[in-house]
Design a binder for this molecule. Sequence first.
Ligand code: PLP
Length: 424
Amino acid sequence: MIGEKSKQLFDEAKKYLVGGVNSPVRYFKPYPFFVEKAKDCFLYDVDGNRYIDYCLAYGPMVLGHANELVIKEVEEQLYKGFAYGCPTEKEIILAKEVVNRVPCAEMVRFVNSGTEATLSAIRLARGYTNKKKIIKFDGAYHGAHDYVLVKSGSGALTHGIPNSAGIPEEVTKNTILVPFNDEDKVKKAVEENKEDLAAIIVEPVMGNVGCILPKDGFLQFLREITEENDILLIFDEVITGFRLARGGAQEYYNVVPDLATLGKILGGGFPIGALVGKKEIMEHLSPLGNVYQAGTFNGNPISITAGIATLKQLDDNFYKKTEKSAEILANTLRELVDKYNIKAKVYQIASMFQIYFNNKEVINYEIAKQSDINKFIEYFYNLLKRNIFIPPSQFECCFVSIKHNDEILNQTINIFEEVFKELK
Ligand SMILES: *Cc1c(COP(=O)(O)O)cnc(C)c1O
């Protein structure tokens, strides 16, 4: 269990860091463990506990922690300097990798986080179309900025503030909310607002209210309705990018948006984000166009180097193996749900999965919210005390890395069995 040193550090942290953490999802009761180091699929805390990690920094660490090639290439780069405020060849190399993989990507702008990427994508969509409104799905999380923090997922939902204080309604009145997977509601919203609609922004698989899959044809429907009404379609692929397939969800579902946002895996664990899309639209960004976007650390050589070293390792074997591993775990959970007669649903795609303690099929935020949160918390602590770490929220998603090998999966399966036996 979480030890004395973590407790001491948390008491100290609380004096200087708001709530003792720098991002709200990291807090759980009574206090989180403090990490000393991480390697492959393990986190090691300051009390000497080792956890099998299915959180993986909320997504980026698909190669496992402290990947050797990333270390080697970043180390070499470190000696050459870490920030220039000038362009580098490596930015071209990574941009080309992105363009070669991601179907909608003809041009790239590197930024520092997924939040900045969606903020910039929405601004670009508004600048390009000269329209104000956007459609966002209930419970979708597109980062922590004002345009999109309405009925938001992730930590905002976990901590009960899906609509943040401090955001003027003038800002969010242009954000129209629609339930995911509901074609009729989307049609109605488009019909009512089409003169003013700049874009629809969507997480192709909702990874910030658990793991909600799009119904067959739903993304295709979004593509068609946006095209017919001169609205841009933005895929927020900060989680799904480089995960569902080499080219992300747009490759997997064969639906090509106008713009997409990337992050997480793209930096291999270093801070990064990217806004990508069709050339004609992207060229409206500064310095070519009149939509301003800038950043001191945009394209910084360390993150770019880590990104190049990471993408290099995402070969066919990576996709096959991580999908297989996640499938094995999800199937195990389904079997246990049946065996112990638990009201729960399990969803999985590629390397991501989640269990909802819910007897309905979870197809949107409203249904996700009806899950038995207390049961989830019990499940979380039962795993934690057996040294398995998953995100401490029903409204996050679990991830597997290439380093979760058969031995680790078998250990996990045995622990799942023990945990389900104990669930009340
Ligand atoms: C994590 C996430 C973001 C925000 O990215 P940050 O790097 O945390 O700013 C945006 N959209 C989605 C879908 C995400 O999962």
